[in-house]
Design a protein around this ligand. Structure first.
Ligand SMILES: N[C@@H](CCC(=O)N[C@@H](CS)C(=O)NCC(=O)O)C(=O)O
Length: 216
């Protein structure tokens, strides 16, 4: 069986768990403490980030987007409906924007005290500018492009969720990003989110085997 090293609140691990969940791929789940990473995980991937997926053929995938793309290759129809070339390019460009820029500003807004001389509001504004830039691209549907969940939804929404959590009332009252708020709102009440946020005890070498998804 494949093994996933994961951390509940990590947005990268969340996207990997969503991809596995939607593809109906069951894995052995190992919850990691980022302050005390298991040796078994570091031996597979010395860079020490989650998620890490160890496939049952011994291959290791230690980048969240590679895990998402691997899931899509296994079962292409589960979370990508027919997208136009333009939608495909929006998907890849926006994911890159969030991984490279949004996350940078999000960390400095959400965890301002961890950084020296940080202008928290400037980083919050930078995040809002990014959200405003995607606002007009969001369709009038449940998810980004349609009522069917796609790669863009599972890859970006965990970061917007974290952005909201930094100051929920400020986010909810913001009037510049109504489509984003609605899009995120649909995610927050989804079964998908509650299923992938199941609790696990921290894994240790002698722990009993746990599975993700729990009831597949
Ligand atoms: N590019 C990586 C980033 C993963 C990442 O940075 N994960 C964070 C947790 S959200 C992590 O493991 N950080 C290592 C640490 O905190 O020690 C991916 O997409 O998988």
């Amino acid at each position: 069986m494949h093994v996933l090293y994961s951390f509940k609140r990590c947005p990268y691990a969340m996207r990997a768990r969503m991809a596995l969940y939607l593809s109906k791929i069951k894995v052995e789940h190992r919850e990691v403490s980022l302050k005390n990473k298991p040796k078994a995980m570091l031996e597979l991937s010395p860079k020490g980030t989650v998620p890490v997926l160890l496939l049952n053929d011994g291959r290791v995938i230690d980048e969240s987007m590679d895990i998402v793309n691997w899931c899509l290759e296994q079962n292409i129809h589960t979370f990508t409906d027919e997208l136009t070339d333009e939608q495909k390019s929006i998907t890849e460009n926006e994911i890159k924007l969030f991984d490279e820029k949004f996350k940078y500003h999000l960390d400095r807004y959400k965890y301002a005290t961890r950084y020296k001389d940080i202008d928290e509001v400037a980083h919050r504004d930078a995040c809002i500018e990014i959200l405003k830039s995607i606002e007009n691209k969001i369709y009038n549907s449940k998810w980004f492009f349609s009522n069917h969940i796609n790669k863009i939804d599972i890859c970006i929404l965990p970061f917007i969720r974290q952005f909201r959590i930094a100051n929920t009332s400020w986010f909810d009252l913001n009037t510049e990003i109504p489509k984003t708020q609605k899009w995120l709102g649909n995610f927050l009440v989804s079964t998908l989110l509650s299923e992938i946020m199941a609790n696990y005890d921290i894994w240790e070498k002698d722990s009993a085997v746990n599975f993700f998804p729990k009831d597949l």
